[in-house]
Every structure is written in C-alpha cells, then in structure tokens.
Ligand binder design. Structure first.
Ligand code: PMP
Length: 434
C-alpha cells in the first residue's frame, strides 16, 4: 500500500484493519495487544457496542448543527455529566475537538479572564520542563520540548519553565519525598518573583506526567503547595489532564487525588475513547463569565465544537467511567504495577516502575545504581517500540528526543477492560522485548 496519507511516510507502518477489546489487527491478520491504548486514548477498548450504538443513533437523528445556532441534547448531557463527575468543582464546560485545542482554549480564556478584570500586564505562563501540552502554537509554547519549539521561535506565548516534580531523578540524598516536592514547587514562587507576579497569567502542568516522562505522579504535598503559591500571587492553576484524565489514573479526574481544585482543567483523549475526536475545558462560572463578556474569547470557537456524535460517544464513556470503570483502572493498575515489579523489578536496565491506575511507566537505564541513561544515539526507546510491536505489543516508549534528555521510558496505558491474562501477556511480551 502506498503511504500518501500517512504522516510518517518514511516509516512503513502496517495498516490497522480491526479492533476488538484490547486487541488491534492489521491487514495481514497479525494481532497486537494495545498496551498503551494508542497514546492513552482507548480506555474502553475497541468495538464497544454501547458506544457504537450511541454514535449510530445520534447520527441517525442529528449528526450536526452549528453551535452558533443551536445547542444539542448530547452536548448538554455531557456537560452536566462532567460537572457532576467533578463533584461541582467546575460549573462550565467548553467543548473542543482534541487535546491541543483544549489547552489552547484554556490559555486564551485564562488571559481573557484577567483582561476582563483590567489586569492587562499579565501575559506570561509558567510551565515545566520535560512537558508536552500540544502542538498548536500556544500549547507548544507552554511545553518543554525545545526540539519541537525551536523551529517556530519566537513563539507568541511567553512562557517560563521550571522543574517538573520527578522524584526518581530530582530527589536528593537525605531529602524526604515531601521535602523534595516542596522544594520543586517553590520554584514556582521563585520564578513568579523573578518575572513579577503581575505579569503572570497561570501555571500549567499535568497532574501525572504522561508522554514526556512516562507516568510520573507528583509526590505528596507538591500540588497543595503549588495551589497555595497560585493563590498567594493571584495566578490561575491550569491542569492538563488530556492524557492522565478520564479514569486513566484511577479517578475520573486525576487532580482529585491531590486534594486540590484547579481553576481550569483540560481533557481529551479518553473522553472520546478513540471513537470520536473530542476534548473539553472545564472551569468555574466566574472564569467562564469572561467568555460571555465577549471582548475576545467570544470569538473563540471551532466549527466542530460540541459535535453531537462525539458528545453521544463521550456520554457513554463518562457513564461507564463513573459506574465502575475508573475504579477498575485503579484496581487493575495496582495489579499491572505489581506484575511489572515482579517481572522487571530486578532487571539491570529498569531503574524505576511507577504510575497510577492503568497509567504505568518504566524508566530504562544503562546502570541501575547510577541511574545513568543510555546514550541518545542508541535510540533505545525507538528500538523497544519496534521490538515490542514485532512481538505483538503496542506500547509507548519515549525519551531520546525530549529536551533536557534524561533517559528512555516506556509508557503503558491499556484499556480499562483488561484482565489478569492480558497483564501476563503484557509482561511476557515486554520481557521478550527487553
Ligand atoms: N496535553 C497532553 C498532556 C498530551 O499528552 C497531549 C497529546 N499527547 C496533548 C495535550 C495534545 O493533545 P492532541 O494530540 O489531542 O492535540
């Protein structure tokens, strides 16, 4: 097959033909266990009959009505369900078509919120190194991947980058995890004081870092201190749950496990579960009022926002998450973590096994004791991806191309329907791969 469409024409990827449960099948009939749900997308697994039925029924009754003329039942229902799933932490939902659009909307809304308050000196975001928030220009600016950003410099959104909360590499000898978390959180305050808090709009971070670090959860107390600093200096806290949200870490919203409430949260991937492209930004009524004030954000929007069939699919996803599937991610995640530790806990090249729910990461090192990474030229993560795929396992290795490169890691984010047998299949296939 010629690869005219495929975005990586230099690779010759197999053609995916069919999905069933946790498996994908290619055009040669080869079966792959979808161990990363694509990129933490397929939370329900493939071929879910309820989602398919909901999409069909919605397409038959109403496929599309432009949101400058109409709202729609599935969009209103989905907004209600997401607000309920946040236990009222948020009061408004703004739909978009994917993760980058959700982050972009959050950045613009945060800026407009302050413009409406007459605080026009606030132009800067503070985010973290080794982060990824999307590929559109604003989202790219807040990410920490220099190699992605450099060709487009200067980016239009001013961003300062501080350290991520990454205990495996950051915590020093003699320092407790809590002390480490406070120390890295305090970098936010230092940066605010350096640039002037009156110039800053918001701090942007992923609660559990996905693609760039490999399922790295924050240490206890880190986000509480971040919240405190945001409140002290009057900046907003934007949490990007595009990858770690929607039950991935064991709760519908990942931030819930930190005992804090962000001002804006972004979700995507798992919301459409791979069935439809959809994302959303959630915020308070007060912040949302900036949209209604209408001097700029009012103009924000995209043709496909709140798409009825996408919302119909997502309604089924949220129903399943809130009636046991997010809890299943927590339970099966513990089992997957234990199985990974049993299989690879002593492996000389696995430095760390961490994660929450069905969002697990393995850090690949040359030397366990010194934690030294493999040389980037070895492209270990690319080799793991290729070998695992040959063994019939989809996983999500990253690292060699990330700015400030400090190693390779493998991200596992399988569908929440996975069973004990699937966990064994994952560890067997990973073992063969390593
Ligand atoms: N934020 C995070 C945390 C992500 O992981 C991603 C995608 N990997 C995005 C934003 C961008 O989402 P999308 O690819 O849907 O635009």
């Amino acid at each position: 097959m010629s690869h005219v469409f495929h975005r990586h024409t230099k690779h010759s990827y197999p053609t995916a033909m069919r999905g069933e449960g946790v498996y994908l099948f290619d055009d040669k009939g080869k079966k792959y266990l979808d161990g990363s749900g694509g990129a933490a997308v397929s939370c329900l697994g493939h071929g879910d009959p309820d989602v398919i039925e909901a999409i069909k029924a919605q397409a038959e009754s109403l496929a599309y009505a432009h949101t400058s003329f109409f709202t729609s039942e599935p969009a209103e229902q989905l907004a209600d369900k997401l607000v309920a799933a946040s236990d009222g932490d948020f009061e408004r939902v703004y739909f978009v078509s994917g993760g980058s659009e959700a982050v972009e909307a959050a950045l613009k809304l945060a800026r407009q919120y302050f413009l409406e308050k007459g605080e026009s000196t606030r132009r800067r975001f503070i985010a973290r190194r080794q982060s990824y928030h999307g590929n559109t220009l604003g989202a790219l600016a807040t990410g920490g991947n220099q190699w992605r950003k450099e060709p487009f410099a200067p980016l239009m959104v001013e961003t300062s980058l501080i350290s991520p909360c990454y205990a495996y590499r950051g915590q020093q000898d003699g320092e407790s995890a809590f002390e480490y978390g406070q120390r890295v959180a305090n970098e936010l305050e230092e940066e605010l004081l350096r640039v002037g808090p009156e110039t800053v709009i918001a701090f942007v971070a992923e609660p559990v870092v996905g693609a760039t670090l490999g399922a790295v959860p924050p240490v206890e107390g880190y986000f509480k201190r971040i919240r405190e600093i945001c409140d002290t200096y009057g900046i907003l806290l934007i949490l990007d749950e595009v990858m770690c949200g929607m039950g991935r870490t064991g709760s519908v919203f990942a931030y819930k496990q930190e005992g804090i409430r962000p001002d804006i949260v972004t979700i995507a991937k798992g919301l459409g579960a791979g069935y439809q492209p959809i994302g959303a930004m959630l915020c308070s009524a007060e912040i949302y009022a900036a949209i209604e004030a209408g001097t700029g954000f009012f103009q924000h929007g995209h043709t496909y926002v709140g798409h009825p069939t996408a919302c119909a699919a997502a309604n089924v996803v949220v129903d399943k998450l809130t009636t046991g599937l997010a809890a299943r991610s927590a339970d099966m995640g513990q089992k997957l973590n234990a199985a990974l530790k049993a299989s690879f806990g002593q492996h000389p090249n696995i430095g760390d096994i961490r994660g929450r729910g069905l969002f697990q990461g393995l850090e690949i090192v040359e030397d366990r004791d010194t934690k030294s990474p493999f040389a980037p030229e070895l492209a270990i993560n690319a080799k793991i991806k290729k070998a695992a795929f040959a063994n019939g396992l989809g996983c999500y290795p990253m690292g060699g191309t990330v700015d400030g490169r400090i190693g390779d890691h493998v991200l596992l984010a399988p569908p929440f329907i996975l069973t004990d047998e699937h966990i064994t299949e994952i560890t067997d296939k990973l073992g063969a791969t390593f």
